[in-house]
Structures are given as C-alpha cells and as structure tokens.
Design a protein around this ligand. Sequence first.
Ligand SMILES: NC(=O)c1ccc[n+]([C@@H]2O[C@H](COP(=O)([O-])OP(=O)(O)OC[C@H]3O[C@@H](n4cnc5c(N)ncnc54)[C@H](O)[C@@H]3O)[C@@H](O)[C@H]2O)c1
Length: 355
Amino acid sequence: METMKIETSTKEYPLYIGEDIRFEIGEIINRLPSAITSILIITDDKVAPLYLKDIKSSINKEHLVHEYIVPNGEASKSFQTYYDIQGFALEKGLDRRALIIALGGGVVGDLAGFVAATFMRGIAFVQVPTTLLAHDSSVGGKVAINHPLGKNMIGAFYQPEAVIYDTNTLQTLPEHEWRSGFAEVIKHGFIWDHQFLSWIKENIHSFAEIKGDLAQHLLRRSISVKAAVVKEDETEKGIRAFLNFGHTLAHAIETNLGYGKITHGEAVVIGMVFALKVSEDYYKNDLNIPSIIEWLKKYNYNVSIPSQLNTEDLIKAMKKDKKSEEGIIRMVLLSEIGKVEVVSVSEDRLRAILS
Ligand SMILES: NC(=O)c1ccc[n+]([C@@H]2O[C@H](COP(=O)([O-])OP(=O)(O)OC[C@H]3O[C@@H](n4cnc5c(N)ncnc54)[C@H](O)[C@@H]3O)[C@@H](O)[C@H]2O)c1
C-alpha cells in the first residue's frame, strides 16, 4: 500500500492506494484522529453485492455499522435520495461523531459527501472509490447533488478524512465505465503534463492491461495532477477551473441527453475534442487533432456530438456553465499540450465549430 498526501488550504489527508486494501479499511479508520461513535456506509446496488461484505468484515465489531444502499446511477444524486439518507441517519441516531463511508463511484462519493457535509453541520467521511473515474472525484472535496436545472448545482467543498483506493475493485468494472474514467486520466495529461500524456499513449493500449503495477503508476500520476491543482486552489477561484477542460460541452451534452444516457467521461471526450478545435481556432496553433482522434478511437471513444442534439440547445446549456460570466461562454483552452487558460469565446465561433 502506498500513501499520498492530499493538501488543501483547509485540510490535509492521506490517500491510500494499493491492491486489496479494502480489507484494511477497519484498521485505517481506527487510526483516524477523532473517536467514532457509529458508521454509516453509503453505497449503491451494484457495488454492495461486490464489496460491502468485505468492508463490513474489516471493521472492528465494537463499532455500530449501518448501511444505506441507493440505486446505481446518476439519478441517485437527487434531493429525494439526499433527504431519505438524512432521515435514515437521524432515525438510526447518528451523532456528530458518526462517520460516513462512501463506497462506490463518483455518484456515491458526491452524494455521501454532501450528506456528510450537511448532516448536523458536517460529520467526518471517508471516500472508498471503486471506479476509475472516482480516482478524480474522490480527491479534492467537491461534493454535490443535481438539480433538474443543472448538474452538481447544489453542493459544497468538503474534504474527507481519508481516501482508500483499492485498485483491485476496478477489475469488476464494465468496459464503458473504464472508458468513462479513462477520459479524466487523459484530461490530466492534456491540462498539466504532456509527458504523462505521451506515457499513456506508449503504455496503455487497452483497458484490460490496466492492473497491477501499471494501474498503480497510472493512477498515482493522474491523482498527482488533481492533488497539485487542488493544493493551489481548493475552491475553484483560479486554476481549479482548468480541470473543467472538455466539461463545458460535456455538461451541455449530458443535460440535453438526460442524465445517465451517456457516461460522464464519454461526454468529456467529445467535449475535449471540441475544446481542442476551439483552441486551434482561438490560438491559431496546431494541436495535431487528427492524430489525437485516431488515438482516442483505439479505446473505442466516440468523438462526435450525438446527432439528436441541436446546436442552439447546446449553446444555451453552455451559457449556464459555472464558468460563464454575464452570459458569455468561457472555456478552458490549450495554447499547447499541458498549458491551459480560461478564455471567453465568441458564440458565433462556437456555433460555427459545433455545426
Ligand atoms: N466531485 C468531483 O470532483 C467529481 C469529478 C468528476 C466527476 N464527478 C461525478 O462523478 C459521477 C460519475 O462517477 P462514476 O463514473 O464513478 O459513476 P458511478 O458512481 O455512477 O459508477 C458507474 C457505474 O459503475 C458501477 N460500479 C461502481 N464501482 C464498480 C465496480 N468496482 N465494479 C462494477 N461496477 C461498479 C456503479 O454501480 C455504476 O453503475 C458524476 O456524477 C460526476 O458528476 C465528481
């Protein structure tokens, strides 16, 4: 097991990464600085049959452990589920020294983290990510639920006590979830580290290869980028917005298609290709997009905007993006691979590139 340090302006916490470390969760929890009264494990109905028993069996018998299982998928990041869990926690008598364990992907992490952030004005929580994408979502303390008018609109910055990442849990992920999470890995290369991007191109030819030492290396490097960004800017006043590369269009696609119709990462890849095109248009640089598209297609990514979506609806949704200012769309663009900035872009140029 390796330990990485996640530092933000409000908190420093460990991220443990290794194979089969889910069996050590009990021990890690026992080492947390403050004493715990009871534990609530929040997970979903796909992850529960796979890993809930392992987690529970690793926890010391003297802790009272409750579990709350939500339906898998984006729809669980809702007011109703959030409210139901709060009610459950109150009924079970959780107090301010209770601990929440978020066992699952980004949906469970965001939802359980927001419950933890607000239950009795904030109780401790631990992230136990089980998807590739969650190497990103479990680090940095953004927790949220969705509003029908926008994704992640109701949330908080709330850091966990620890992140415990058992890379062996990834082996049960379906192919499309690998594809989804891998998009965020690639994104970290694009925005921060061109050498990492080249390393990925040279070393990862298929998702099936991502295990053992290769998985550890890939994930540690990708997490390092996220950690470096949140260290400098925890609450997205500045460079944290760089992590939004590809997300302006991706969120618009997800909103217009309906949550859950396309995986987040698959939408991000379409958004990144679009952002590369807007970058070339803006900077008049050459990012070699055809070869990037060819490479992305090797992982079976679709790089085109779903045909049922129309340009005006996408523009409208992009204007609602959190980076927009006074209705002007702002996007994260690349002046070169590894160098980004947030730029206001003309709606007409976007319309032209979109169509
Ligand atoms: N907080 C952040 O900084 C941040 C960053 C990026 C994305 N997100 C959020 O993360 C969410 C997406 O996360 P996700 O892609 O992990 O989705 P997810 O949590 O819905 O997981 C994807 C699917 O995989 C299943 N699953 C999870 N672990 C599994 C395993 N080990 N084996 C088999 N199946 C497994 C889940 O049940 C689900 O059906 C979105 O809501 C997005 O907004 C948050």
